[in-house]
Ligand binder design. Structure first.
Ligand SMILES: Cc1cc2nc3c(=O)[nH]c(=O)nc-3n(C[C@H](O)[C@H](O)[C@H](O)COP(=O)(O)O)c2cc1C
Length: 338
C-alpha cells in the first residue's frame, strides 16, 4: 500500500522523506546558563534521525537571554551558538533526516532572575512574576533578535525555521486579547495584535529564504479568547507574508482546563488548512500510524508532529510503518532487525 505518512513532502526545495516531524520539546539540559548544546541534545536528536523521522525540530531556542523559559534552555542569541548547531545538523543529516529549529521568546512565562517582558504588565498566574510592559525599543530589539537568530540558524545549516507563536509565550501574548491590553499600534484591533508577528516575519524573511513554519495556539480555551476561526484570519495574513506551514497547537495562553483526547487539536488544524488554504501540521496525542494516516488522507493536515510518543519510542516511524503494512528503509546497521 502507498501511504500518505511515508510519502515525501517538499517545501521550498527541501524534501522530507516522510510526513513525521519530531515536535519541538524543551530538554532543559543546557548547562551554566549559556544556552549551549550538550551531549544529551546530540544523543536525543540524532537518535530520532536514526529512527527515520523525516524532520527533526530542535526545541524552543531563545533568541534573547531574557526570552528563555528556564536558565537551562537552549539559546541562539550569540554567534558562539552556531558551531554546536552546525555539528548537530551534520549528524542529523547524516541519517537522512532534515533539520529545523523553533525560535522562541518566553515573554511573561520566563522563569528567570531579573526583569521579564510582555506586551502588557499582567502575570500568567499569582505564582509567576509580573512582566514589564515592553517599550517600542524593547519590541524593536526583540524583532531584530528573531532575525539575528534566523541568520545564525541559516549559518548553522538548518533546513527549516519555525517561529514559536504558541503556548502563551511572547508572540502568542501579542496575538491574544487576553494578554495584550496595549493601547498603541501593537494592541487593540486584530491587525494591531498581529503587528508584532508581522514585523518578525518580515525581518526573518529579509535574512532567510528557506521554509518558514509558525506554531500557533489555535484556541485560548477562554470565553474572551481566540479560537481556530480567529486563527484562520491570522493564517491568511501569514500565508500572504510567505509563511509555508502553520503548526497547529492550542492553549497555555491563560490558565485553563483542557479536555484532551486522541487528536484533540486536529480539528483546529483542519479549520485553518481549509479556511486559509495553507499547509498545516497536526499535533497532540497522535500516537498511531493509522491515526496519522487518517489525518493526512482526509486533508486535515500535511505533516504529523509527534512529541511524547517519540520520547517513549525513538523508532516510532518503524512502528507506524509496520502498523500500516509498509516497508521503510532502516539504518543499514539495523537491517537484520527491521
Ligand atoms: C517535554 C516536553 C517539552 C516540550 N517543549 C516544547 C517546545 O519547546 N516547544 C513547543 O512548541 N512545544 C513543546 N512541547 C509540546 C509538544 O511539542 C507537543 O505539542 C505536545 O506534547 C503534544 O504532542 P504529544 O501528544 O505528541 O506529546 C513540549 C512537550 C513536552 C512533553
Amino acid at each position: 500500500m502507498k501511504t500518505a505518512l511515508f510519502s515525501p513532502y517538499t517545501v521550498k526545495g527541501v524534501t522530507l522523506k516522510n510526513r513525521i516531524v519530531m515536535s519541538p520539546m524543551c530538554m532543559y539540559s543546557s548547562h551554566n546558563e549559556d544556552g549551549h548544546l550538550q551531549d544529551w541534545h546530540m544523543t536525543h536528536y540524532v537518535s530520532r534521525a536514526v529512527g527515520q523521522v523525516g524532520l527533526i525540530m530542535v526545541e524552543a531556542t531563545a533568541v534573547q537571554p531574557q526570552g528563555r523559559i528556564s536558565p537551562q534552555d537552549l539559546g541562539i542569541w550569540s554567534d558562539n551558538h552556531v558551531k554546536g548547531f552546525a555539528e548537530l545538523n551534520k549528524q542529523i543529516k547524516a541519517h537522512g533526516a532534515k533539520s529545523s529549529i523553533q525560535l522562541a521568546h518566553a515573554g511573561r512565562k520566563a522563569m528567570l532572575d531579573g526583569d521579564i517582558f510582555a506586551p502588557s504588565a499582567l502575570p500568567f498566574n499569582e505564582k509567576m512574576k509580573t512582566p514589564l510592559e515592553m517599550t517600542k525599543a524593547d519590541i524593536n530589539e526583540t524583532i531584530t533578535a528573531f532575525a539575528d537568530g534566523s541568520k545564525r540558524a541559516k549559518d548553522a545549516g538548518f533546513d527549516i525555521i519555525e517561529l514559536h507563536g504558541a503556548h502563551g509565550y511572547l508572540i502568542n501574548e501579542f496575538l491574544s486579547p487576553l494578554t495584550n491590553k496595549r493601547e498603541d499600534e501593537f494592541g487593540g484591533s486584530t491587525e494591531n495584535r498581529y503587528r508584532f508577528l508581522r514585523e518578525i516575519i518580515e525581518a526573518v524573511k529579509d535574512v532567510w529564504e528557506g521554509p518558514l513554519f509558525v506554531r500557533v495556539s489555535a484556541n485560548d480555551y477562554h470565553p474572551e479568547g481566540l479560537t481556530d476561526t480567529d486563527y484562520v484570519t491570522y493564517a491568511k495574513w501569514m500565508k500572504d507574508q510567505g509563511v509555508d506551514l502553520i503548526d497547529v497547537s492550542s492553549g497555555a495562553v491563560v490558565p485553563a482546563a483542557i479536555d484532551v483526547y486522541p487528536g484533540y487539536q486536529v480539528g483546529f488544524s483542519e479549520t485553518i488548512k481549509s479556511g486559509a488554504e495553507i499547509d498545516t501540521g497536526a499535533v497532540g496525542l497522535i500516537t498511531s500510524g493509522l491515526q496519522a494516516e487518517e489525518i493526512l488522507r482526509n486533508n486535515r493536515a500535511d505533516l504529523i508532529f509527534v512529541a511524547r510518543e517519540l520520547l517513549r519510542n525513538p523508532y516510532w516511524a518503524r512502528t507506524a510503518a509496520k502498523e500500516l503494512g509498509v516497508e521503510i528503509e532502516s539504518p543499514k546497521q539495523y537491517d537484520r532487525a527491521w
